[in-house]
Design a binder for this molecule. Structure first.
Ligand code: ATP
Length: 306
């Protein structure tokens, strides 16, 4: 029996490895198709995240020659601080996040973490220090357990389950017939946008990164899911240096600093109160979003009365 079991067990192992490699390759090719791979400089040293203060210093950037995307972007996120970025679609918000993760190198200027230029450190150490909760998380065609544990593969089962509890996804997972062994992703159980984001939050909680990037989903979740995800994120972000790319201004009123991007430049900066008082682009966007919200609530009320 053992003679039969061993080869089958081995085949199972090979199948699992190939499956993971394919999922990773799909992701890799998606990225490679976009840009050339960034390489460690000779003699690159490991990043020491320390207090993880982030500094963008006169950053200019182009994906392609002759089309500059970012112009002289400078800002600081003090250690443990929270900076939010808002602005029209295409103004360069997500590009800031991609540069901080060093998916691309800046064209000129510097990005510093704890005083170290991120282009001089090993990518492995940089990516261990930075966690991303993206707009639309890619889930591997594997178990929910694997998808959460990916945040820190050496974590114990208790730690994985604890992260799932903190991200408020544990009860949902326990309600599924195969619980944590349920296969998700393209060829598995399709999770809703909110559930996928919770898996990504659990991954980030498990990873315990010094710096957290949160790219808010453009498509609004229902307001109950939205509120609970916001509350969970707030908990994860406590005492962590955080960069939030925001689409709804209501979610970032508490940010230490808000950057308003316009065509690749920081057009305004300040906290919510200061920006409202400045009566510029931010206060205009705020009034517009408030009106939209009121109209939406009124429509809902009307529907209830009918
Ligand atoms: P949104 O709110 O719609 O997510 P954004 O403010 O985050 O937009 P970015 O994704 O940073 O905008 O894009 C800024 C500009 O860079 C856009 O004009 C976009 O077309 C361009 N861009 C983004 N990714 C690439 C790429 N891989 N190659 C070339 N140009 C790109």
């Amino acid at each position: 029996m053992l003679q039969l079991y061993m080869p089958l067990h081995f085949l199972g192992f090979v199948y699992r490895e190939i499956k993971h490699s394919l999922a990773d390759m799909e992701k890799m090719f998606g990225l490679l198709a976009e840009h050339e791979e960034i390489k460690d400089k000779p003699g690159a040293t490991d990043l020491i995240p320390g207090n993880a203060a982030v500094r963008f210093e006169d950053v200019n950037f182009s994906y392609e020659p002759n089309r500059q995307i970012l112009f002289d972007v400078s800002f600081d996120i003090p250690a443990g601080g929270n900076v939010a970025v808002v602005g029209h679609s295409g103004s360069g918000k997500s590009t800031l996040a991609r540069l901080l993760f060093r998916f691309y190198d800046v064209s000129s200027g510097r990005i510093l973490i704890n005083g170290q230029n991120i282009s001089d450190v090993t990518q492995k150490s940089l990516r261990a220090a930075v966690g991303i909760v993206p707009q639309d998380s890619v889930l591997f065609n594997d178990s929910i357990y694997y998808n959460i544990a990916y945040g820190r593969p050496e974590a114990s089962r208790d730690e994985v389950l604890e992260a799932a509890r903190s991200a408020h996804i544990h009860d949902f997972v326990e309600s599924l017939p195969d619980k944590y062994e349920t296969t998700v992703g393209e060829r598995g159980l399709k999770l809703s946008g909110g559930e996928k984001q919770r898996v990504a939050i659990a991954r980030a909680i498990l990873k315990k990164p010094a710096i957290l990037i949160f790219d808010e989903a453009t498509s609004a979740l229902d307001s109950k899911s939205e509120k609970s995800i916001q509350a969970e994120l707030k908990r994860v972000a406590t005492n962590r240096t955080t960069l939030t790319i925001a689409h709804r201004l209501s979610t970032i009123v508490d940010a230490d600093q808000i950057l308003v991007m316009d065509k690749g430049r920081i057009a305004e900066r300040g906290n919510h109160r200061e920006l409202l008082a400045a009566n510029g682009a931010y206060s205009y966007m705020w009034r517009l979003q408030q009106q939209e919200e009121q109209t939406r609530l009124q429509l809902l009320d009307n529907m209830r009365l009918e």
